[in-house]
Ligand binder design. Structure first.
Ligand code: LLP
Length: 425
């Protein structure tokens, strides 16, 4: 059963009333359903159960320690892209042998820390990075496990900012260069090429790009395996899309259906790096209406969450369903009333920030709402809080975790003192 329902006419998250959370904690506030996080993790794990696998949750999508702990307890590994994310993974007791480290610009300090922690592998993105990892490993008397991040040059048909596997993107090595690097790997005495990695993008709602990428990665692996480069791991990255408008997401089995048969003959352990798939639809942002005003051409619903809290609509033109907590029924994206129902005037839902780019929803059919009313911004569990900022000197929102009929604040709201605590005059 979906953890987000309008049983009794008002939004409930698992067994807890959204209004009760907002009353107790204030708004804006991020709220996550623990049950949904577990369910999504288990669905993905089950879909790929034919293969030896490690599911490395991508911390960049949601770095909340309480959620990471739930996933670590489920047996998940972690995909990290910075020393800070590695620190978070270690803080919740992650098994370092299930941690992969990606990113085009790892610092020497980050490489050293990760080597000392004993992570599973570095996803290396360039010749210079491989040389550097080799040098640092040599200095520490260690052998660094690395996977080469390949750029398979496929179009994932997603937003340009989050496409990563096309040849013009900054990520990975083209297949020719990667092959040359494997051939020359004898000169790197302190690394072992244990795998290949390809992450082609995010919010991918078609399976074909994965099939195409894996065909190329599979060919590469067959041609370039050697004693020095045993390539036991195939890291297929993350990117599985979720629903924002309703209906656009594919189930995990659809991806598994094209991926498993391509990976199985290679005899590799599969690594997946899902972020959004696990947490995106597990979280919402609750916000309260401060004012409603109408201009000659528009109705503006001015709320207390802004682009500093959720930047996705401003940055990517992303669609997030925004719907009153007391609407009585689910929003259109979740099977509720049709968007054009009579009485639903169109409105922009905007934040308090001093930019016209500060909006959560544009020109959206919305029921009448009043000052003080609570709204829910759906599908905000991924890249919501993690991309939030203090712009306009706004303290960042708290994070709340719901489990069954209980909820707890797992990150408190920032204070004005927090805002200035790193500064001197
Ligand atoms: N692995 C690597 C190497 C990645 O770069 C990413 C995401 C992931 C895994 C996880 O992808 P996911 O499963 O969550 O799609 N801020 C953007 C998304 C940026 C994604 C960056 N990389 C957004 O709000 O849509």
């Amino acid at each position: 059963m979906d953890a987000f329902s309008y049983a009794g006419g008002s939004l409930r998250i698992e067994g807890v009333s959204a209004a009760a959370i907002a009353d107790a904690v204030g708004t804006p506030v991020y709220v996550y359903s623990a049950r949904t996080v577990r369910e999504h993790y288990r669905k993905l794990d089950a879909a790929f159960s034919e293969l030896p696998r490690i599911i490395c949750f991508s911390i960049k999508s949601n770095s909340c320690l309480a959620l990471l702990k739930i996933l670590a307890d489920e047996g998940a590994g972690f995909d990290v892209v910075s020393g800070g994310e590695l620190f978070r993974a270690m803080r919740v007791g992650a098994d370092p042998r299930k941690v992969v480290f990606a990113g085009v610009g790892k610092s020497d300090e980050e490489i050293e820390t990760a080597l000392k922690a004993g992570i599973l592998m570095f996803n290396v993105e360039s010749e210079e990075e491989l040389e550097n990892v080799d040098r640092i490993a040599g200095r520490l008397g260690a052998t660094a496990p690395v996977a080469l991040r390949l750029n398979p040059d496929v179009d994932p048909h997603t937003h340009g900012y989050i496409s990563t596997g096309k040849i013009e993107n900054k990520f990975g090595l083209d297949l020719k260069r990667a092959g040359a690097l494997v051939a020359a790997s004898g000169r790197f005495g302190n690394v072992r090429i244990v795998g290949v990695h390809a992450h082609i993008g995010s919010q991918i709602t078609e399976v074909e790009p994965y099939a195409e990428a894996l065909d190329r990665v599979g060919d590469f692996l067959r041609c370039n395996r050697s004693a020095k480069a045993p390539m036991e791991y195939l890291d297929a990255g993350g990117g599985f899309g979720i629903f924002y408008r309703g209906g656009e997401a594919q189930p995990a089995e659809a991806f598994a259906h094209v991926m498993v048969p391509r990976i199985k003959p290679l005899g590799c352990t599969l690594i997946l790096e899902p972020g959004r798939f696990i947490v995106g639809n597990a979280g919402v942002l609750l916000t309260r209406v401060r004012y409603v005003k109408t201009s000659p051409t528009k109705r503006f619903i001015i709320v207390d969450a802004g682009m500093n809290d959720l930047i996705r609509p401003s940055l990517y033109g992303a669609f997030h369903e925004v719907w009153p907590v007391d609407a009585g029924e689910l929003p259109p994206s979740r099977g509720g009333p049709v968007a054009a129902a009579p009485g639903y005037g169109r409105a922009d839902v905007v934040g308090p920030i001093c930019e016209s780019g500060d909006f959560l929803a544009k020109d959206r059919p919305m029921p009448e709402v009043k000052r003080g009313e609570l709204l829910c911004v759906f599908s905000a569990g991924a890249y919501g809080f993690t991309m939030s900022s203090n712009y306009n000197s706004r303290p960042r929102a708290p994070e709340v975790l719901v489990e069954g009929d209980k909820f707890r604040v797992v990150r408190r709201r920032e204070t004005y003192e927090d805002l200035v605590s790193h500064e001197t005059v």
